[in-house]
Design a binder for this molecule. Structure first.
Ligand SMILES: Cc1cc2nc3c(=O)[nH]c(=O)nc-3n(C[C@H](O)[C@H](O)[C@H](O)COP(=O)(O)OP(=O)(O)OC[C@H]3O[C@@H](n4cnc5c(N)ncnc54)[C@H](O)[C@@H]3O)c2cc1C
Length: 389
């Protein structure tokens, strides 16, 4: 019997992704770590499986399988390679704005290609001068006849170097109604990319900077109306960004537990395996407890989303607890490994570095707590997850 709320179909999908990750992704992890380059080949292979289209409707060639299915795909890939889990989550997040705010023409134009993996979308909101403070952004779009002219910079854009179309949110006016979203194809004149800079972890994943200099795009590339940019950024972040990063952290969390259990059973101390020591058992129990709690919150939140139940606070809480507990378990895993955890030929060191990459995107822990405080104080605005007519 699958664990609630999973169905038999979910379990079959999980096994399919797990087998794929073992066969196609695992053998490439060491090379990604060593070169620190953007991994294009495996990313393309993952996209080809159709998994970026997990929540894209079947009428556009997507899987139409829902958010829980999407969570399982990201989780299983992240368990083997958090970097490749990040690749798929970033483009699923990039698709969100077209799914929700695209017009019929934009959906027909882009979603089938995203679903079959031939087009990777991104979302570009963050700027060097504005992270969590989204309204602090300064990049602009100015209407000139049937075109917009874009200027500014966007940083930490997931899949920047492999993205085919960037979903940029920029200023078309002042204040919270002054943001708008646009699709910018990667080969547009006036759009350039800074070279890939390897980060602490997620090696193989590209998280780069876009530069827009007098970049002209047709007005038909605008997503939604002028002024919808903040709603597009927030709704994408709550409905896709939060649960996607929750899923990446869940995959990392599972891998931390698996690696640490393996280590504790193999390592011999005091005439038996390390796992026989009561303190080590206590720590393993803590890790397992955190993992089970994180998984239940993650699955429950996206199950509500699939059911059409308003659940913004559940999605936010699942991200907060999922990331915090995975980071706690990363520390526990390092304690159990002791000196061996510092060796770069062991996966644990990589997983610990990767775990830190789930903290900032889709809202840091502080931002999640601010949103949850609003829930406690009864000050929430309408839920992005509430059904729309
Ligand atoms: C792996 C990864 C992938 C990413 N992918 C994307 C992407 O695809 N597209 C994109 O646009 N961006 C992306 N980002 C950027 C991410 O969204 C930002 O890192 C995030 O918004 C936080 O911004 P910041 O890092 O500038 O930190 P800041 O927002 O400057 O925060 C700095 C510190 O201040 C705290 N803080 C900030 N605001 C408040 C507040 N109001 N109250 C209390 N404390 C606060 C934070 O918690 C943090 O401790 C990605 C980042 C990473 C690491």
């Amino acid at each position: 019997m699958p664990m609630w709320p999973l169905t038999e179909d979910h379990e079959r999908l999980r096994l399919l992704v797990r087998e794929f990750a073992k066969a196609e992704v695992a053998p490439r992890v060491a090379e990604m770590e060593a070169t620190q380059a953007v991994e294009r080949e495996v990313s393309a292979l993952i996209a080809k499986q159709g998994w970026i289209g997990a929540t894209i409707d079947t009428q556009y060639g997507g899987m139409g399988a829902g958010h829980l299915a999407k969570t399982l795909i990201i989780e299983e890939l992240s368990c083997v390679s958090p970097a490749m889990g990040a690749v798929i989550q970033a483009s699923q997040l990039g698709a969100a704005k077209i799914i929700r705010y695209g017009n019929n023409w934009q959906r027909r134009e882009w979603l089938p290609r995203i679903a079959d993996g031939s087009c990777l979308p991104t979302i570009a909101v963050t700027e060097p001068g504005s992270g969590g403070h989204v309204l602090g952004m300064q990049a602009t779009a100015k209407r000139e006849g049937s075109e917009y002219v874009l200027n500014g910079r966007k940083c930490y854009v997931g899949n920047a170097h492999i993205g085919d179309v960037h979903g940029v949110v920029v200023r078309t006016g002042s204040g919270s109604k002054g943001l708008s979203a646009f699709l910018v194809e990667e080969d547009r004149d006036g759009l350039s990319l800074l070279p890939h800079e390897p980060a602490m972890g997620l090696r193989g994943f590209s998280c780069g900077e876009l530069v827009l200099e007098e970049c002209r795009i047709p007005a038909s590339n605008r997503i939604g109306r002028e002024g919808d940019g903040l709603a597009i950024a927030y709704s994408s972040s709550v409905l896709y960004g939060r649960p996607n990063l929750t899923a990446v952290s869940l995959g990392i969390h599972q891998a931390l537990v698996d690696e640490t259990v393996r280590f504790a059973q193999d390592r011999q101390r005091y005439g038996g395996p390390l796992s026989d020591l009561p303190t080590i058992r206590g720590k393993l129990g803590q890790m397992q407890s955190r993992l089970m709690n994180a998984r239940m919150l993650a699955y429950h939140a996206v199950h509500l989303l699939d059911q059409g139940t308003a659940c913004d606070a559940d999605l936010i809480n699942a991200k907060y607890i999922g990331v915090e507990t995975a980071l706690d378990s990363a520390r526990t895993a390092m304690e159990i490994h002791a000196a061996a955890g510092l060796q770069t030929n062991r996966p644990i060191e990589r997983l610990v570095r990767d775990a830190f990459h789930t903290y900032a995107p889709a809202g840091t822990g502080d931002i999640q707590l601010l949103r949850l405080a609003e829930t406690a104080l009864g000050k929430t605005h309408s839920d992005w997850s509430a059904p729309t007519n």
